[in-house]
Write a protein that binds this ligand. Structure first.
Ligand code: ATP
Length: 230
């Protein structure tokens, strides 16, 4: 289980996330929604132990995130600019070995995912030569390469066409079936209801709504309109 408890995160004096609390159960798909600058990436960096909260804590399976827990986590970052000079294969070897996966296993898994995402000839291409959507697929694969038990996906659907978005959702659902805990962020709310059970809506670092989608559907829609208008 992932536990985010009363987390406040500041950049200098600026409060990016304030008193954020939620729990994600094993095998649950949980959404973090909000407009640009709401604090989604900040929350994920805190979950990954890359930022330290000024108040509150994050625990995964009862432990603070450390080198040991990171092996069990897959993190798909939002930024696309990292390591673009590497080939797909070298990037995957880099990320996989950071997570203690051996090279042979990494390459077997990579072949499987490249085929699944219909980019099987891209293994030796440099990241910068790929389209944005295909870079997005590579980032998703890099989060899956250690077969994580917790998947942290920062805006996995941004910039994807409908077919690839459905493919991503299919894979996310498969991971859920295997017992993986999944948290993702989005400002696109259209498809959330079809696969996500509970969510938090953040606005300027504060929680404006949280809970089961079915319970907060009306408010969710009201807030969606408000959030988009902001
Ligand atoms: P987006 O949807 O645009 O990616 P987000 O919800 O992920 O937004 P964050 O990136 O978490 O939002 O940013 C939350 C707030 O913190 C924003 O106001 C942002 O300007 C600020 N912020 C983010 N990173 C830093 C930083 N390194 N230093 C100072 N302020 C930052």
């Amino acid at each position: 289980m992932l536990e985010v408890k009363d987390v406040t995160l500041k950049y200098g004096d600026f409060v990016a996330v304030e008193n954020l609390s939620f729990e994600v159960n094993k095998g649950e798909i949980f959404g973090l929604l909000g407009t640009n600058g709401a604090g989604k990436t900040t929350t994920f960096r805190t979950i990954m132990g890359l930022l330290y909260p000024s108040k509150g804590y994050v625990k995964y399976d009862g432990e603070f995130v450390s080198y040991d827990t990171v092996d069990r986590i897959g993190y798909m970052i939002e930024e696309r600019s990292l390591l673009t000079k590497l080939t797909v294969k070298d990037l995957m070897l880099y990320f996989g070995q950071l997570k203690n996966v051996d090279a042979k296993t990494i390459l077997e898994r990579l072949d499987y995912w490249l085929k699944r995402f219909d980019i099987e000839n891209y293994k030796n291409k440099k990241i910068k030569e790929l389209s944005k959507g295909n870079q997005q697929k590579i980032q998703f694969i890099s989060a899956l390469i250690n077969e994580p038990s917790l998947l942290v996906l920062d805006e996995p659907f941004s910039g994807l066409d409908v077919i690839n978005m459905e493919l991503f959702v299919e894979v996310i659902k498969e991971y859920k079936e295997k017992g993986c805990t999944i948290i993702f962020s989005s400002h696109q709310i259209d498809h959330v209801e079809s696969f996500c059970e509970r969510l938090v809506i953040l606005q300027k670092g504060k929680t404006v709504l949280s809970g089961l989608i079915k319970d907060i559907k009306k408010e969710f829609k009201k807030h969606t309109i408000k959030l988009i208008a902001d």
